[in-house]
Write a protein of this length. Structure first.
Length: 364
């Protein structure tokens, strides 16, 4: 079999990105906002969302984009899901600090404006606001010929929470149980590798999917057989419903929710962002979705690379006290079927272990 494909060879080196981000953060100076004043920064682990002080509350901010998934939308001229993707990548991060997303602004960069495309993206953003239960507070469109060759879409989300209610991972302890929440598909990470696999396999976005997908998971936009393009453009799941409701009015006290992880770029290694010393053992992972099996087979991608690049069917992980895990899991499963306990927090070193011994992460 040909040498396996990986994310770095497809143009995205996660380790290089990490070192670049570290250099950027290291070059930043301390905030000019003094502690105790509005806008002063709040230190917390994880980096899923940034907190600043605001009276008796904290404001939470996250910024992200859709990434190279947009290249597929451009090729198929289908934009109904990309606003949802953009929203999800931001608000799902805010949930990880216990914040309720409340507002969003978008940024669109294009080589040349298109009334039809902008209208479709506007409709997608409107649908995203409904799913995330937020206000679209503004945005910007920039025409950048010579700088961008295809449309790029990103945004920033704003959330809030009361002081003292933040979820940081600080209260994590050995024996906490991990609840996995299903993804809707590939979401918005790993698409440079997806596109590389498509190219190497000689497949087309118009091809009929060579695997079976459960009814109702894919948001169809074509008649006839389900295509690979429809599967890989399926919108990212927005988890505000049910996670905001879990935090504010769920079956357990908020204090029993010890950590929330958005499984984005980096896959399961994102868990390492939540604590400096504890580990994570995934003993009963959620079922792997068939599109991931297809990617792995057609790209000869290793198990570890798959779990570091993709969510593999699990979009969010919530760590709770073991005494409330069943009630929380049952409550979530009523609202988003497929949730289950997938593992536990362990005290055997800062690493992510897995029932598959090839899947082991010791750094993010």
């Amino acid at each position: 079999m040909a040498e396996g494909l990986d994310y770095a060879g497809s143009g995205v080196d996660i380790d290089l990105e990490g070192s670049a981000v570290g250099a950027l953060v290291g070059a930043l100076t301390k905030s000019v906002r003094k502690p105790g004043t509005p806008g002063a920064p709040v230190d917390l682990p994880g980096g899923f969302g940034g907190l600043v002080e605001f009276g008796d509350s904290y404001l939470a901010l996250a910024t992200d984009g859709v990434g190279s998934k947009l290249s597929i939308a451009t090729k198929l001229n289908h934009w109904a899901g990309v606003g949802i993707d953009c929203m999800a990548m931001n608000v799902n991060d805010l949930l990880c600090v216990g914040a309720e997303p409340i507002a969003f602004v978008d940024y669109i960069a294009v080589p040349k404006p298109s009334k039809e495309v902008h209208s479709a993206i506007g409709a997608s953003l409107a649908e995203a606001c409904k799913r995330a239960r937020v206000t679209l507070a503004g945005g910007e469109t920039a025409s950048l010929p010579g700088i961008v060759n295809e449309l790029d879409l990103s945004g920033t989300a704003l959330g809030w929470l009361k002081k003292g209610t933040e979820i940081t991972g600080a209260n994590l302890s050995e024996g906490d149980l991990l609840i996995g929440i299903p993804s809707s598909g590939v979401h918005s990470n790993g698409y440079s590798l997806v596109r590389n696999v498509m190219s190497h396999s000689g497949s087309s976005w118009e091809d009929e999917a060579p695997f079976i997908v459960e009814d109702g998971r894919i948001e169809r936009f074509r008649d006839g057989p389900l295509t690979l393009g429809e599967i890989f453009l399926n919108p990212t799941k927005i988890y505000c419903d049910p996670i905001v409701d879990l935090i504010t009015n769920g079956p357990c006290d908020r204090s029993m929710i010890h950590g929330i992880c958005h499984v984005t770029g980096g896959g399961l290694s994102n868990l390492l962002r939540l604590h400096d010393t504890l580990g994570w053992d995934i003993s009963n992972p959620l079922p792997i979705l068939p599109e991931f099996d297809w990617i792995q087979k057609n790209g000869n991608v290793s198990d570890k690379e798959m779990h570091r690049t993709f969510n593999m069917g699990c979009g969010m992980i919530i760590a709770v006290e073991s005494s409330v895990a069943k009630s929380v899991c049952d409550w979530l499963d009523e609202r988003l079927p497929g949730c289950s306990v997938i593992g536990e927090v362990v005290n055997n070193g800062r690493k992510v272990s897995h029932v598959n011994p090839e899947v082991l992460f010791e750094h993010y």
